[in-house]
Design a protein around this ligand. Structure first.
Ligand code: COA
Length: 387
């Protein structure tokens, strides 16, 4: 197996992008990534595109071919393009396919893209519900805010998490998002903003939820040994892990523990031969505030039931012991579902290059990502180091 490096990254601004089409979002992020990697179209061997539900969001299927065509890899170059789908983990999984293609020796220079254009449809809640068990959850009325609200109720009951501690996740992620020019929301908020916002699914309020967003993100990978032909700042992929779980939340033994995050995290740490204390910062899947608390516990950074206090003490904010979601996370940076996993990697690249600007983690050398599909039926996790 060959070692793999990220040599370029680009993203669009996330948000309500009514000015831009699905294909133009991909093209914008793709051009940014290719320019960043100093790679020409002729050098690209393969493309993987993560997209959860382009068919229902914009009526477009066959998006691998569409994206390849519009970034100039289709017609004359005939680059093989493959769509990858694992609900909100589609982006992270597309990246994992790109890593596998390079490490196996099948391809040299590979693009991993993620894209979603969600704001053009009125029934995004129903489209997203397709990531759960349609027959046993969605048909019974469970939405994603509803499912994560059940996780939050279970967690609060078991561990005594306070409403203030939960709100602090959103306050912290808006603080980071306000420092990210690509974020959907770039405004700071207070705990009372969260606690006085509209109730969505008790106990989750509007500001506990990630928004419905449009956006795309793209990264370029190649063998580590060739990376310096393209860039002076390659980012080495230390681990690529994936794990699964039951698709329905009600089949889990413990709502507050995401078994796939535990398994993917353990696998990632084994591959990287690292301990939790070696990680300088992490991008996790905070589709709802409760999900961030579960994630940092299930990845093993803090004991179960303590993430609320850890967050309240400021340890997950820039300057804390473990900065979490410096991009603004899904909450403030936005959550165009297929793009999120690649955006997390884009953020790791910025941080490890020292290009995080006002949200730079001082001395960042090792970063980690955790990308979730559904309520945790798919989890993808990667660890990266500045090469
Ligand atoms: N956080 C903060 N503000 C938000 C927001 C969010 N998550 N979502 C929308 N807003 C703001 C909008 O910017 C808008 O503000 P404005 O009036 O100043 O322009 C206002 O709230 C109303 O926006 P609208 O789009 O009408 O909201 P909505 O009520 O239709 O949707 C949610 C709100 C929470 C239901 C929706 O964002 C949602 O479903 N989020 C979860 C998405 C999800 O499940 N993703 C998959 C996770 S696994």
């Amino acid at each position: 197996m060959r070692e793999v490096a990220v040599i370029g990254a680009g993203m669009t601004k996330f948000g309500e992008r009514w000015d831009t089409s699905f294909r133009d979002l991909c093209t914008e992020a793709g051009i940014a990534a290719l320019e960043d990697a100093n790679v020409a179209g002729e050098q690209i061997d393969a493309l993987f595109v993560g997209s959860m539900s382009a068919g229902r969001f914009v009526g477009q299927e066959h998006v691998g071919a569409l994206v390849a065509d519009y970034v100039g890899l289709g017609g004359d170059l005939h680059v093989p393009a493959t769509r990858v789908e694992a609900a909100c983990a589609s982006g992270g999984l597309a990246f994992r396919q790109a890593v596998a293609a390079v490490s196996s020796g099948m391809s040299d220079v590979v693009i991993a893209a993620g894209v979603e254009k969600m704001t053009d449809v009125g029934d995004s809640t129903d489209v997203l519900a397709g990531a759960a068990d349609r027959e046993w959850e969605s048909f019974a009325g469970a939405t994603f805010p509803g499912l994560y609200a059940m996780i939050a109720c279970d967690y609060m009951h078991k561990y005594g998490l306070t409403r203030e501690q939960l709100a602090q996740v959103a306050v912290k992620n808006h603080f980071h998002g306000a420092r990210n020019p690509f974020a959907h929301f770039q405004n700071e908020i207070t705990q009372s903003t969260v606690m006085n916002s509209t109730l969505v699914a008790s106990p989750l309020r509007l500001f506990d939820c990630s928004p419905v967003s449009d956006g795309a993100a793209v990264v370029v990978v190649c063998p580590l040994e060739k990376a310096r032909e393209f860039t002076d700042t390659p980012i080495k992929v230390l681990a690529s892990a994936q794990a699964g779980d039951t698709i329905a939340l009600h089949d889990r033994p413990d709502f507050s523990t995401m078994g796939a995050t535990v398994a993917a995290g353990n696998s990632a740490f084994r591959q990287a031969k690292l301990e939790r204390k070696d990680i300088d910062f992490v991008e996790v899947h905070d589709c709802f505030t409760i999900a961030e608390l579960c994630a940092i516990e299930d990845l093993g950074f803090v004991p179960k039931g303590t993430a609320g206090k850890f967050t309240e003490q400021g340890e997950t904010q820039l300057g804390g012991k473990l900065p979490v979601n410096t991009s603004g996370g899904l909450k403030a940076c936005g959550h165009p579902v297929g793009a999120t996993g690649i955006k997390q990697i884009w953020e790791v690249v910025q941080q490890l290059r020292g290009e995080g600007g006002k949200r730079q983690v001082e001395g960042a050398e090792i970063g980690m990502t955790q990308n979730v599909g559904g309520t945790g039926a798919t989890v993808v996790s990667h660890i990266f180091r500045r090469a």
